[in-house]
Design a protein around this ligand. Sequence first.
Ligand SMILES: [Zn+2]
Ligand SMILES: [Zn+2]
Length: 422
Amino acid sequence: MGAVRTCRELRLVTDTADQGILRRVFADLHIHIGRTACGKPVKISGSRDLTFANIAHEASERKGIGLIGIIDSHSPAVIEEIDALIGAGEMEEVPGGGIRYRNTVVLLGSEIEVRDPGCGPAHLLVYMPDLAAMRTFSSWMSKHMKNVTLSSQRIYVTARTLQTTAYELGGIVIPAHIFTPHKSVYGSGARRMAEFLDLERIAAVELGLSADTEMAGLLTELDRYPFLSNSDAHSLAKIGREYNALLLAEPSYTEWLKALRGEAGRTIMANYGLRPQLGKYHRSYCTQCACVFDQDHAVTDRCPSCNGRIVRGVIDRLLSIADRNAGTAQEDMAEHQQASARPPYIHQVPLEFIPGLGRRTLDKLFDHFGTEMNIVHEVPQASLAEAVGTDIAARIADARSGILQVEVGGGGYYGRVRIERR
Ligand SMILES: [Zn+2]
Ligand SMILES: [Zn+2]
């Protein structure tokens, strides 16, 4: 299956390469900032070395990601930092929107928590076209939240007001990790986005680590929106654990918007992500005995072994709010244009999850082949084997094609990759 999809993807590249305009750009659009350049916290749970400059450098030099969305760019200290980087000539604003650093263009974003009356909390991602718009947006936000310097803060206006303000500034809104049990539109917000969001002012939705295209296809409300798969990284190493392949003329904000709308040949070519079972909120779990329930167990509100309270995993929540039958979903979706034109979702195990692939081996791979995207997408297995041996090379090849087996994740723990002896 993986091989067939990869062929389709390659054909797309060659078709358009003939025209000499569009090219494949890897994009990961949800990265948090841990600290400002002078060490002040932004995302408290984020790693210390996750600064604006370090993220751009990691994306350009190690990951090979051409378009990177830095969430938390609204923080006034971060805006100052960007100003300084531009002033020093290390970065520059690009005409289409975004900030270039070497091989990567950074998009400026912010993750914001909304909570409308009668609804639960939900995270929204807002992206601004350029630094001037982000500055205006940040000062507007500061009037409606307790501490604008921090990440993912609650805003005290309705979700629709936030949407209107973002769009008036030329920005867009994308609901974040839409099914996760804590703070997402479907996981905790409401059964339907329409209950608190303006459906016209949503540019795409982010699937999140425990979901994929097939799962999201069970909700008809999502038929009209493109899907994105992003890492939501809280450390440099996690950048690119989920990402998208886009077909663009160049990495920039306007080109990205065209891809989301499918304009002028720009498109999302593929989503790359973890198998949903690897995500840490995939299955329901008991808060008391931490027991995770697998597919075969019917899910109730109370744990069958200790009677503790059960937190619903992404898959169980989704099945409880779905309005499309899993069995007939494929045919059903084909009737809807946007849904039937969906790019493939390719299940890929990130390099850091591969057993036996430690830091030293990884460094060796980077020394030989440059970036992670190169290692994952381009380098032939034989060349990998020459650098790090046949065993590891075979595992990387398995990861590419989605053959690696995984154990189910849940209760805040990631699933694990299992090596089957062949
Ligand atoms: Zn979030
Ligand atoms: Zn986030």
